[in-house]
Design a protein around this ligand. Structure first.
Ligand code: GDP
Length: 529
């Protein structure tokens, strides 16, 4: 049992995710952060998980790993008296809508950039979600032990993609074979690079930029860095904590995750600067994190180990109060009571951290379809939080059942999988149109086909679709909406909650539709109703 008050427990929470493009070094950084925080066992399982994921590109393997993946989707560690929750975003080949939604449950993000590649496509997609929510972002530029791009170049690129000022906290001296280390602009000292460094407390520093020792050791690499640092000091604004919290500035760190270098600076900055859990807006009122009563929201639903039993785990981010095992909770949407006893354990450094949860923490509640995405759990009050987003799919496939006698099962299955958020299902308005599946990751289709078969006994046939985009449409003018629907009847569909969507084959088609229909709003995102 904690001897701290709810307010104190909330104040020491830091909940974040790491976003990156595959191979930028997210797994490595995760592992090193855990090592620095002393969570050695968790670090081991992170590596194991990635190894197993790479052992086979066959998603069936991933299916088998679901148990591991549930457990390691939230990692909890204690560092400098803070409780840090690291939420995994599967940014790899199993990229899916879940990845986006996880970002709605964090208070900050660390962006990992491969210094040779700069900002890459998958990072951009994830950044868009962070930007839409003004999530504060720390930037880690990785792989300085290789020949990489010019640091100033990288900063420019990051600024233009993020629309944020980059504030270097450290600056690299040399790169690749001549990588000497990083200069800490906050502490005015250089940390010397040693490859393969595993232990802590053995670091070497040289104090002061004008220290002749640095010049002596690193020669021209230092001269260049010195010039750049002077330039930066002149050209960049001071770090402003409020600007960071508002998502207007990102502190930047250079390093090499695999060499355990530059990682501690990021962890220290996270603890020092990243926000504690804040208030959350519900339709009814604003919910403060340190209110005595528990509330939480389901931001992700994942099928668990035993697909035959439709066993799923609802991931609940605590918004307020204190969760304890066995407490009675009410689902706001249905009024149903649940009493979660067998809460799923995520990876935690300390047993006692698992027994209670505060704002910012995540609990996993196994259930059989009682809990849906976006559901709010409370001690009795009815609350509805806004802001759980559904993103317009980028990939589409038509779906038909092989055996027409199973049509009903197909509909049931797709409705349930749609509610769970595994895939988006569109029902075309035009009579006779096949149901359409929409996803942001290719793997979602395979998972859904497999689950239809194993959980609903339906052999589904997936067919290519000409659609490449969708937009939800609304209008303040019902007549204009009617007219739009009539003139685009072949492209109109409804999603699982009967929201109206416009199916599109090309960006040009969208542009034309927008020009012709000024009274129609086209939305790339729909918030959970
Ligand atoms: P993820 O896909 O983003 O999780 O990337 P990983 O952490 O698995 O890293 C991808 C590859 O880059 C692996 O082979 C790592 O060993 C390598 N890597 C990670 N960090 C560094 C680094 O600082 N320097 C170098 N040279 N390689 C790195």
């Amino acid at each position: 049992m904690s001897h701290l008050s709810i307010k104190q427990e909330v104040a020491r929470r830091r909940t974040f995710a790491i976003i990156s493009h595959p191979d930028a070094g997210k797994t490595t950084l995760t592992e090193k952060l855990l090592l620095f925080a002393g969570a050695i066992q968790i670090a081991g399982s992170v590596k194991a998980r990635k190894a197993s994921r790479h052992a086979s590109s066959d998603w069936m393997e991933i299916e088998k790993q679901r148990g591991i993946s549930v457990a390691s989707s939230v990692m909890q560690m204690e560092y400098k008296n803070c409780v840090i929750n690291l939420l995994d975003t599967p940014g790899h080949q199993d990229f899916s809508e879940d990845t986006y939604r996880v970002l709605t449950a964090v208070d900050a993000a660390i962006m990992v950039v491969d210094a040779a590649n700069g900002i890459e496509p998958q990072t951009i997609r994830l950044l868009q979600v962070c930007r839409a929510r003004n999530t504060p972002i720390l930037t880690f530029i990785n792989k300085l032990d290789r020949e990489v791009r010019e640091p100033l170049d990288l900063l420019g690129e990051i600024e233009s993609h993020l629309g944020m000022d980059t504030i270097p906290f450290t600056w690299p001296i040399g790169m690749g074979k001549s990588f000497g280390g990083v200069y800490d602009l906050q502490l005015d000292r250089m940390r010397l690079f040693r490859p393969g460094q595993e232990k802590r407390g053995t670091d070497e520093f040289i104090e002061g930029l004008d220290n002749p020792l640095i010049q002596e050791k690193f020669g021209s690499a230092f001269d260049k860095a010195h010039e750049e640092i002077s330039l930066i000091k002149e050209a960049t604004p001071d770090f402003d904590h409020d600007a960071f919290l508002a998502g207007k500035q990102t502190p930047v760190f250079f390093g090499s995750a695999v060499n355990n270098f530059g990682v501690q600076e990021v962890l220290d900055a996270l603890v020092k600067w990243a926000p504690k859990p804040g208030p959350r807006q519900a339709l009814e009122r604003i919910v403060q994190p340190d209110e005595p009563k528990f509330s939480g929201v389901v931001f992700k639903v994942q099928a668990n180990m035993d697909p035959a039993h439709r066993d799923r785990v609802a991931f609940v981010r605590v918004s307020s109060g204190k969760f304890e095992r066995g407490m009675r909770l009410k689902v706001s949407r249905t009024g149903k009571e649940i009493r979660p006893n067998n809460v799923v354990s995520f990876l935690s450094q300390r047993r006692d951290l698992l027994d209670e949860a505060y704002a910012g923490d995540v609990i996993g509640i196994p259930n059989h379809g009682v809990l849906h995405l976006g559901d709010v759990l409370t001690e009795g009050e009815t609350l509805q939080f806004t802001g759980l987003p559904f993103f317009a799919p980028e990939l589409f496939q038509g779906v038909e059942v092989k055996d027409p006698l199973r049509t009903k099962q197909l509909r049931t299955g797709l409705t349930q999988l749609g509610e769970e958020g595994a895939i988006q299902v569109f029902r075309p308005e035009a009579a006779g149109g096949a149901l359409l599946l929409g996803a942001v990751g290719q793997l979602q289709f395979e998972v859904v086909a497999h689950r239809l078969k194993t959980e609903y006994g339906v052999e589904a046939r997936l067919m290519p679709s000409r659609y490449t985009m969708a937009r939800w449409v609304t209008s303040d003018n019902p007549k204009a909406l009617r007219k739009f629907m009539d003139s685009n009847a072949a492209h109109i569909a409804y999603d699982v909650v009967d929201a109206l969507a416009f199916l599109i084959t090309s960006p040009a088609q969208l542009r034309v539709a927008q020009e012709l229909n000024p009274e129609i709003n086209f939305h790339a995102m729909r918030e959970h109703a």
